[in-house]
Ligand binder design. Sequence first.
Ligand SMILES: Cc1ncc(COP(=O)(O)O)c(C=O)c1O
Length: 410
Amino acid sequence: MQTLRPPLDPSLFNLDGEHLWVMHCSEGPVPRASLEAVQIFLPKESKPWSLRWVEDFQGIPQATKQEAAKLIGVNTEDISLTATTSSGLQIIAQGFPWQAGDEVLAPLGEFPSNVWPWKALAIRGVDFREVPLWEGHQSGSEAWESSPPPPDAAAETRLLDAITPRTKILALSWVRFQDGLKLDLPWLGSACQERGVHLVVDGIQGVGTHKPDLTGVSAFATGGHKGILAPQGLGFLWTDATFRALLAPPGTWLSVEDGTNFARPCTDFRRDWLADGRCLEPGSPSLLGCVALNASLACLNGAEPGTIEAHVRGLQEALLAAISNDSTWSVEATRLRGLWEEDRLGPVLSFHHLGQGPEFLNGLLQAGFSQGIYASVREGYLRVAFHGMHTQADVAHVAAWLTAPSEGRC
Ligand SMILES: Cc1ncc(COP(=O)(O)O)c(C=O)c1O
């Protein structure tokens, strides 16, 4: 059992002994440093003469993009600041050179952020098609009747087999929001490239704890408010430069050459679009959002590379071992252990209800809240999400909650 210090010192956060927050899959806890950065920056907005053009207006977004690029191991020029995951995906959906009859493929049961931007293309004659990832996989009104992903789920093969000559984009979550399955990005990316299909990734449920391998990937979108531990309202989009060149830019005054050179008349519209990620940005960014996101990213980048992921895996292993002989959880502990061994999990352990239904999971959730444990339920799964600040004591607390005798447990 791992006993090492957590890679993110718990004292960096405002968490206390009364609140065990294992739901960054909904909302990440913001570190004190981000709060302080906002407190330092906000007064400047009320004294605008103290805002500096190069250091603040230009420097803060640039520094934020540098931290974002460092977190996922890419070039800063390929990062665009975007409000949310949805807005990153919308930029791609609206900018891609579609032809009527083209198709977007996605796994069955994606989070709606990765569905509505594609469904909105129906008026341009673009179809959206979902692919079940394993035997018995269901979603929508049947979501609670779905079987959970088995360790040998051939999810990637099913997706690749579903590609047709009409498929232009495969859009998927790296880590799925309800069942927690992590898809193999480099496998899918390379296979998509071979087939002339673009792989577009919703990365929000994996980034911050895990580092994506973007081999063959065309775009990676994320909000900042989950594993990245920033406040809601600012995230980023990474795009491969060749893919980006295919997209029609949304068109803002900051996406063109010389946009901020006021020595040249702004109304001189004979300009080229910028080639880097700025060409996809929505105009003046929220500097307040940037200072917070920048500090959260710096906090994550302050940990030794790979240590957060290894730590989370260690905590998951310990929790699964602690509940492995429990009459209610042994089946799920075995299934999740199988997924863990195959490296098919992101930061979320998603315990399936195994036919016991919403009342059972909600009762458990309420019992957790009364003990100061904050987890979440989505579509038939109880989600326990560990991050770099959690400890072995937290694991013991969660295990005690899950295995405590209570009404309705079998
Ligand atoms: C997989 C996934 N994508 C996206 C989001 C959020 O999207 P947005 O950043 O657009 O609010 C969530 C959760 O809120 C999610 O679980």
